[in-house]
Write a protein that binds this ligand. Structure first.
Ligand code: SF4
Ligand code: SF4
Length: 318
């Protein structure tokens, strides 16, 4: 392989924002530090919004016109009491599309209050703590109200039969939102289980919705892998699962395509899991210095462990 090309529009910047590291679930495969999470969430929402405003201005000078804001975390973002207000307010600052990554556990009343300032929701399904009927109610409500809904079912090989049973229940008793399955990194799977997971799409959305997604090519194809004389669609999970996620000394375009903001409000590279040392952490702590020179970097890391970062544009230095 000599290059990975991200298909996201060139005028778009993806920002991964982790407002909290605490969670109301306790999945044993979560990052260890999340289970000990202590940074609850930002209390001064005006300060948070001012920081984003400054960031948008800097990137607008770099010809970024739209911002894809992934609000996710090492914790559960909906435990932040100001999250709804934040989602409403930030849309007044720039052309911002909000993707919320959540376990969906907030009450239906909360979702009814804030759904209209969120564009898409990735609902992660964790079999240990989930209330499956509530999960379905939330997903159905969001789907009925026009949001893009992606159910992501974490398939734990230690509780495989229960996970399959839950998946079948979801597919039978809910509306036609997307359902994917996902492996848990670090767990061992049997060959049959891996075969089951090979095609992660377990249900596609209704055809009229699907056509909308197909029109937006980069939702379906996040990146393309270039070899000497061939090219193919990149399979993101595979790099990490197969251990081929090693791009040390390659050129990497993360400062231009995807940055991350951690629970302290600091830009920390492309992924906010700095505590595991799996992110680039190439920026120092001074915001002005961080943003002075937005350009590609030379990857200093032995491995690129965040799946979301594997599809950032990278090029081998020959
Ligand atoms: S729901 Fe997500 S953040 Fe919360 S404990 Fe489970 S894996 Fe961790
Ligand atoms: S570790 Fe950072 S610099 Fe290296 S390839 Fe991944 S995102 Fe790029």
């Amino acid at each position: 392989m000599k290059k990975i090309i991200n298909t996201q529009p060139q005028n778009q910047l993806t920002i991964s924002y982790w407002p909290t590291d605490i969670c109301n679930f306790s999945c044993d495969y979560c990052f260890p530090y999340n289970l000990l999470g202590k940074y609850r969430y930002p209390k001064d929402i005006d300060k948070v919004l001012q920081g984003f405003e400054k960031l948008f201005d800097v990137y607008k000078h770099k010809r970024k016109e739209t911002f894809k804001l992934e609000v996710s975390g090492g914790g559960e973002p909906t435990v932040w009491p100001k999250l709804g207000e934040f989602c409403k307010e930030i849309k007044n600052l720039a052309d911002v599309e909000i993707q919320l990554v959540t376990n969906g556990s907030r009450s239906l009343r909360w979702w009814k209050k804030y759904y209209d300032c969120i564009d898409s929701v990735a609902l992660s399904f964790h079999q240990k703590d989930v209330d499956i009927n509530h999960y379905i109610d939330v997903a159905d409500f969001l789907y009925d109200n026009g949001l893009e809904v992606n159910g992501v079912v974490l398939m734990d090989p230690l509780y495989w039969e229960k996970c399959v049973e839950n998946l079948e229940y979801l597919l039978k008793n809910s509306k036609s939102w997307f359902v994917h399955t996902k492996e848990i990194i670090g767990r061992d799977y049997t060959k049959d289980q891996l075969d089951f997971l090979k095609n992660s799409f377990k249900r596609l959305a209704d055809s009229h919705k699907l056509l909308k997604y197909l029109d937006d090519y980069n939702i379906v194809v996040k990146s393309i892998e270039m070899h000497d004389n061939t090219a193919r669609i990149a399979k993101l999970n595979h790099y990490v699962n197969e251990g081929t996620n090693k791009w040390k000394d390659w050129k990497c375009w993360f400062p231009i395509e995807k940055i991350a903001i951690d629970t302290n409000g600091d830009i920390v590279g492309s992924c906010a899991t700095s505590i595991t040392n799996s992110t680039c952490n190439l920026y120092d702590n001074d915001l002005d210095i961080k943003l002075k020179n937005i350009s590609y970097v030379t990857c200093p890391k032995l491995s690129c462990d965040c799946i979301g970062d594997t599809h950032i544009t990278k090029e081998k230095i020959s």
